[in-house]
Design a protein around this ligand. Structure first.
Ligand SMILES: [Zn+2]
Length: 412
């Protein structure tokens, strides 16, 4: 099946030479072709060029994209899409004056989601999660990472990871699974948090590895949750099972989580709302992708990751949603890109690079996703008629997407 798109106003993120990731000043460049054509063969990008060089192509279907832009679909490298129930009551509590930490102390927060998850059947969790996955695909997400972390028992964590596995089997977009058993200390372990970490390491982790339920390991390295020592301990154990680290660090406090991640060659370190100069320094020249989650900052009214500062220091940066019931009940990457421009002072070019190719890197998908490159998967967004790509982050409340293609197939 050959599909030919013609008269494309602008074909964005065109990379003849594939890149793994972009850093610092490289992120200012967003290569594109104006008045372009794009040929899709089955599930892959086959060829592209400018209209004045369009060869004779025998296509099964020709789509006129006049006035419209095509860009790679979003690569959302940090989500918690699999969960049960919602926490809109806590949202109201916060408006009435309680802080995120106070809500957590009252047994709300992550523990609240864990209780609901434990009480909900695997099929029901799947149904709820699949609905959210379909929602974000329609919003332009064409590759996604999903974490466990609301089970906090062996049964609960494995249930979540099996739901992720089922999503992987039933949907065409790539889904990467991360084991986040060390997301919070369950109530029963409040007085003996070490015992919980040991349970995660000695009992749950080997099962996750044995059933091949996750590629990545995650931990919430934060005051009141898990320490830097805990992080070292877990990452050492997980690396032995072949799970690469992608970890939650520097959300409320900078306690050395970034350095711990780098020491274990983390694929990514995520959140980074609180960054010390030495944290930026540590990330230089490493393989670790820093990931910012600006819609979490919006929802919690906490500082934004200092993206401008990090890019000016020469670092790479990826953008993701953090879609979860407590701190970011939104999986809208379009909003994330807007917030990066509005609140983090990233240019539209930098934000789009961060949400596509660098997001792909943070899921080890750079070879197949994140840019318009021959041979890559045909996962892309076709916009409505819009004046320019800057309109995407600028018109932050407008849905500028006309259709989304995954593996060359248009989403219904
Ligand atoms: Zn998260």
């Amino acid at each position: 099946m050959k599909q030919l798109f013609i008269n494309i106003k602008e074909l964005l993120q065109v990379r003849d030479e594939p890149v793994e990731k972009l850093s610092g000043a490289e992120m200012k460049e967003l290569p594109s072709l104006k008045n372009a054509w794009l040929l899709i063969e089955n599930d892959k990008i086959s060829d592209y060029g400018e209209m004045n060089s369009l060869p004779e192509i025998n296509a099964d279907k020709t789509i006129n994209a006049e006035g419209k832009i095509i860009l790679p679909s979003w690569c959302d490298s940090h989500t918690h899409i699999v969960y049960a129930g919602n926490r809109e009551q806590e949202f109201a509590d916060r408006i009435n004056g309680l802080s995120y930490e106070e809500i957590a102390k009252r047994g709300g927060g992550i523990l609240n989601s864990a209780k609901t998850l434990q009480e909900t059947s695997e099929d029901e969790v799947y149904e709820q999660s699949a609905k959210r996955l379909e929602e974000v695909m329609k919003l332009g997400t064409g590759a996604v990472e999903i974490k466990s972390g609301y089970g906090l028992t062996e049964e609960g964590e494995l249930k979540m990871l099996r739901v992720i596995k089922k999503l992987q089997q039933n949907y065409e977009l790539p889904i990467k699974a991360t084991f986040l058993g060390a997301h919070a200390i369950p109530k029963e372990y409040k007085e003996k948090p070490d015992a919980y970490l040991n349970l995660v390491i000695d009992q749950i982790l080997p099962k996750v590895a044995e059933e091949k339920l996750a590629e990545y390991i995650d931990i919430f390295c934060e005051k009141g949750y898990f320490s830097v020592d805990d992080t070292h301990k877990l990452l050492s154990a997980a690396t032995k099972f072949g799970l690469k680290p992608k970890i939650h660090v520097n959300q409320f406090n900078a306690i050395g989580g970034i350095q711990a991640g780098i020491e274990h060659d983390a694929l990514s370190v995520d959140h980074l709302e609180v960054m010390r100069p030495e944290d930026i320094e540590s990330l230089k020249g490493t393989n670790t992708m820093p990931v910012a989650l600006p819609s979490c900052s919006l929802f919690l009214s906490i500082p934004y990751t200092p993206g401008r500062e990090m890019l000016d220091a020469g670092l790479p940066l990826a953008l993701a949603t953090d879609f979860n019931p407590g701190s970011t009940p939104s999986g809208n990457m379009n909003l994330v890109v807007s917030l990066a421009c509005i609140k983090m002072k990233m240019t539209p070019e930098e934000a789009i690079n961060a949400a596509t190719i660098n997001g792909a890197y943070a899921m080890e998908l750079s070879e197949t996703h994140g840019s318009i490159t021959k041979g890559k998967k045909a996962n892309f967004i076709l916009t409505k008629e819009i004046p320019s790509y800057t309109f995407l982050p600028y018109a932050f409340g407008t849905n500028s997407i006309e259709s989304v293609f995954i593996n060359g197939k248009m989403l219904e």
